[in-house]
Structure formats: structure tokens, C-alpha cells
Design a protein around this ligand. Structure first.
Ligand code: UD1
Ligand code: CA
Length: 490
């Protein structure tokens, strides 16, 4: 859902300064990826869909890495550094200081809650404005609330405060309504109350959640919107939750393409990055990864057991059991089974890269085929070419890479080596086993294997008494009897 209307009265603050200790990772938590994009990238995309007047991302742990990732996605973002005072409340406080004149509503999002969609957040902002609350938080009811802050309500049902897991009494810990870590605040209230929040709690942190209790105690209206689909609020704190969030996101992506007209046989083993696109009537078979900026055109079939990264697949192409990166596969082309397409491979319409074939930085022209057991690197192949089984381009002389140029309508014999740099002219042919070190003129036949010589009786003379000698003797006597019979009839 995209809403490009500007909402100048809305500022979004994304919390991304924490270390993510429970990930046990050198990489900051918010840079771990699901669906091909860092966690914070998903949050950022959703935030921008709301058209806010300001987007602030607060950083601290590995600040340069996080800041670069964020500004790489959206350069209008204001990156703010959190100081040594820890906690989500402090993170918001320093963010607000960066937009001192802003007096509208503040939507706070967590960089580690990646699945929330713009529809849900837009509705939260709408609820907040309609009710006139000072604070509106998003809550969810979870079967297992462990680790989350709990929403504590008064007997009349109104929100009293949020208590963190580590600070909760047994009775509070038994509450199943959790704080999703997503809130809309009136900015004036937020500025005032944050100044009053202390760090007297189990974690010694300035909790953003304390603003809720303080606002409520000050007589301000606080409400919670309970999200209908609790899975949207999943927070990623450890690797198990990372995998779970990735699975949920992928299920959403797969369903989106199914509803757009793609047949996806096995959603559980099909992984599609949020940046990939599938046209209608594409078929995706099990165990397939469609990653990064890959595009698949109408009618193509991908899989089973295929991985495509940054590839362009043309209409009605077939790609089976293949691994391809930065490759272009033309319309009606076929790839695999068991093919490895490395960056710079361009297979034109109707072409074929077949079984146990590796290609790199090579163009294979229209209708041309490299069907079996080959390595094609730094090569240009024209149209209507057929390379025999076992074609190898020797593109590397230990110092530099060289090109092989193969013209149109060339047919090579089996098991050829093309020692680059070398050119094969249009319509030329090469014999089986040839090692092509010199250019071949158009229309020529190139042979490089010495003529065959048969030494009769070699086995009888040099390997007498062996099974080979016996087999040869049997064959000769059968042939003599056959010849005799033929003579009788003839
Ligand atoms: C927080 C909430 C909890 C809620 C949960 C939902 C508080 C005190 N607790 O807990 O009520 O149920 O989210 O997922 O807010 N961060 C900073 N600066 C900091 C600390 C954290 O920017 O000093 C960022 C983190 O990078 C992260 C987010 O804030 O993106 C949440 O921090 P985290 O430590 O994961 O909070 P939770 O314990 O999950
Ligand atoms: Ca968290």
C-alpha cells in the first residue's frame, strides 16, 4: 500500500541505536536481512509510505554502518546519534531535539519490528487523531508474551502503563497483551514527559514506555489499538525470531505474487526477495530462490532447485536446477538442468545453456546452444551456433583474461578447447577434440588432432594372455565365421 500524500503534521522516529545483544552478532541487529533487505530498511520503507514531514533514525551501536545503510535507502532521512544514556526513551529524546520546531504527531517505530505495514500504521495514526489521545500505542495479544513489555490496564479497561518483562511482577507477567513498540504521541506531551523519565529500573535505562504511565498519571488520555494480526508486531531480538520474521514476510510476498497471477507450487520452499518481480503466468517450482532485483517475464518457468540473483528472465524461458547471478536469460531460452551462470552472462532469445555448463561474462547469440559439459568465459557467440559437448574456452593465461569470438552458424566438434584470444569465423566448423589456438576463417573446417593410426595385433604382441587379448581373439574368430557364412550364401 502506498500513500504518497505528504502528511507534514507527522514525524516518524525509527529506533535503531541498540546493539541487539541477543543476536550474538558482529553485525548490528537492524542490519540483519529478511526478504533481501535489512530489518531497518523494511521499517524505513513502510514509514515513507505514510508521507511524513520528517523521518529520523537514531543510531549508536556501529553507527556508521547503520547510518550508511539508512541513507543509502532514503537520503532525506535525518540520522541522529544517541549519547551514552541508554534506553528507548533517550533515543526518542535525542531524536526530538533534532526537530525542535516540530509540534505535530510523532510515530515511533522500532528498527527491529519489520513486518508492520503502512495500512496498519496509517490506521493507528488515524485512531490517534480521531480519539484526541495524547498517546496511542499499538498492542497485540500473544499466546506467548515472553520478552515483551505488557500493557497494564485499569479495572475500567483503560491503559494505565506498560511494564517491561524484567520489571514485571508475576501477575503482570501473566498479561498476554503486549506493547508492540509502536506508538503515536502528541509531540508536546512527549517532549515534556521524556524530560521526567528516569533510569530506575531493572535495566538502568530510560524507557520510552514510562511516558505512558506518566501521561496517564498526569490525567492525559492514553489509548491502545489492538492489532488484528498479531504476527505483524513480531520483534526480532534473536536469530530464531529473525528466521520467523523472514518466513512470515516471505509468505506475504509469495501470496502477493500468487494473487498477481504467478503459480507458486510450494510457498514453503520458495523464497522471493521483496525487490524481485514476477509477471503473470510465471511458474515457480519448489526449492527456488528469486533474489534481489530479479525480474521474471510472462510465461517463464523457474525451478525446481534454482537460485536467481539480480537476473532478468525473458518470456517463456525455462530455468531448471540452475544457479545464476547478474545474468540475462532471453525469451524462450532454456537453462539447465545443472547450470551455473555467473555475472555477465547474456543468453539471447531461444538459446540454450544446458547440463553441467558454466558461463561467465559471455554473450550467447539468438538460438545458439551450449548444451553439455562446458565452460564458456569472456566469449561472444553469434547466432545459430552449436558447441559440441565439452567445449572449453581457455580464457586465462595465468596473467590476463582473453576473449574468444565465435561467429554465426558455427558448429564445433565435441571436446574442443578454444585458447583465447581466438576467433572462429562465421559458418566455420571444428573437428572433435580440436585445440583451437589460431583463428579459423569463415566457412573453414579446423582440425588439430593428428590422424588416427591403428597398430594391428598390438594387444596380442604386448599383452598376451590377458582378458583383452582373449576378447580380441573371440571377436576375430566370430568375424571370420560370419565372413565364411556370408561367402556360402553369396
Ligand atoms: C521494547 C519495549 C517493549 C516492547 C518491545 C516490542 C521499551 C523499554 N520496551 O522492548 O515494551 O514490548 O520493544 O518489540 O521500549 N534502541 C535504541 N536505543 C536504545 C535501546 C534500544 O535505539 O538505547 C532501539 C533498538 O535498536 C531497537 C528498539 O529500540 O530497534 C527496541 O529496543 P529493544 O532493546 O529491542 O527493546 P525491547 O526489549 O524489545
Ligand atoms: Ca526488540
Amino acid at each position: 500500500m502506498t500513500n504518497n500524500a505528504l502528511d507534514a503534521n507527522l514525524a516518524v522516529i525509527i529506533l535503531a541505536a541498540g546493539q541487539g545483544t541477543r543476536m550474538k552478532s558482529a553485525l548490528p541487529k537492524v542490519l540483519h536481512r529478511i526478504g533481501g533487505r535489512p530489518l531497518v530498511g523494511h521499517v524505513l520503507d513502510t514509514a515513507r509510505d505514510l508521507g511524513p514531514g520528517h523521518v529520523v533514525v537514531v543510531v549508536r551501536h556501529e553507527r556508521d554502518l547503520v547510518a550508511d545503510a539508512v541513507t543509502g535507502i532514503a537520503d532525506e532521512v535525518i540520522v541522529v546519534d544517541q549519547d551514552e544514556i541508554p534506553g528507548t526513551g533517550r533515543a526518542v529524546e535525542v531524536s526530538l531535539a533534532a526537530i525542535p520546531d516540530f509540534a505535530g504527531d510523532v510515530l515511533v517505530l522500532s528498527g527491529d519490528v519489520p513486518l508492520l505495514d503502512a495500512g496498519t500504521l496509517g490506521a493507528l495514526v488515524g485512531d490517534h487523531r480521531a480519539s484526541g489521545a495524547a498517546v496511542t500505542l499499538l498492542s497485540a495479544v500473544l499466546p506467548d508474551a515472553t520478552g515483551y513489555g505488557r500493557v497494564i490496564r485499569d479495572p475500567d479497561g483503560s491503559v494505565a502503563r506498560v511494564v517491561e518483562q524484567k520489571d514485571a511482577s508475576a501477575a503482570e507477567a501473566a498479561v498476554t497483551e503486549i506493547n508492540a513498540g509502536v506508538y503515536v504521541f502528541r509531540s508536546t506531551v512527549l517532549r515534556t514527559e521524556l524530560a521526567r523519565v528516569g533510569t530506575d529500573n531493572a535495566q538502568g535505562e530510560k524507557y520510552l514506555t514510562d511516558v505512558i504511565g506518566l501521561a496517564r498519571a498526569g490525567g492525559l488520555p492514553v489509548t491502545a489499538s489492538v492489532v488484528a494480526d498479531a504476527t505483524l508486531t513480531l520483534g526480532v531480538n534473536d536469530r530464531a525470531q529473525l528466521a520467523e520474521a523472514g518466513r512470515l514476510l516471505n509468505a506475504r510476498t509469495v501470496r502477493r505474487w500468487q494473487l498477481a497471477g504467478a503459480t507458486i507450487q510450494d510457498p514453503a520452499t520458495t523464497w522471493i526477495d521483496v525487490t524481485a518481480t514476477l509477471a503473470p503466468d510465471v511458474t515457480v517450482l519448489p526449492n527456488t530462490h528469486i533474489l534481489r532485483a530479479t525480474t521474471v517475464a510472462v510465461g517463464a518457468t523457474i525451478g525446481p532447485d534454482t537460485s536467481l540473483e539480480d537476473c532478468e528472465v525473458g518470456e517463456n524461458a525455462t530455468v531448471r536446477r540452475a544457479d545464476a547471478t547478474l545474468a540475462v536469460i532471453g525469451a524462450n531460452a532454456t537453462v539447465g538442468p545443472f547450470a551455473y551462470l555467473r555475472p555477465g552472462t547474456v543468453l539471447a532469445a531461444g538459446g540454450k545453456i544446458g547440463t553441467f555448463v558454466e558461463t561467465k561474462n559471455s554473450t550467447i547469440g539468438e538460438g545458439s546452444k551450449v548444451p553439455h559439459l562446458s565452460y564458456i568465459g569472456d566469449t561472444t557467440i553469434g547466432r545459430g551456433v552449436n558447441l559440441g559437448a565439452g567445449a572449453i574456452t581457455a580464457n586465462y593465461d595465468d596473467v590476463t583474461k582473453h576473449r574468444t569470438e565465435i561467429g554465426d552458424e558455427v558448429h564445433s566438434g565435441s571436446h574442443n578447447v578454444f585458447v583465447a584470444p581466438v576467433r572462429i569465423g562465421d559458418g566455420a566448423k571444428t573437428g572433435a577434440g580440436a585445440v583451437i589456438r589460431k583463428d579459423v576463417p569463415p566457412g573453414a573446417l579446423a582440425l588439430s588432432v593428428a590422424p588416427q593410426r591403428n597398430i594391428e595385433g598390438w594387444v596380442d604382441n604386448h599383452r598376451p594372455g590377458t582378458a583383452a587379448a582373449a576378447a580380441a581373439a573371440r571377436s576375430r574368430s566370430a568375424q571370420e565365421q560370419g565372413d565364411g557364412a556370408q561367402e556360402e550364401h553369396g
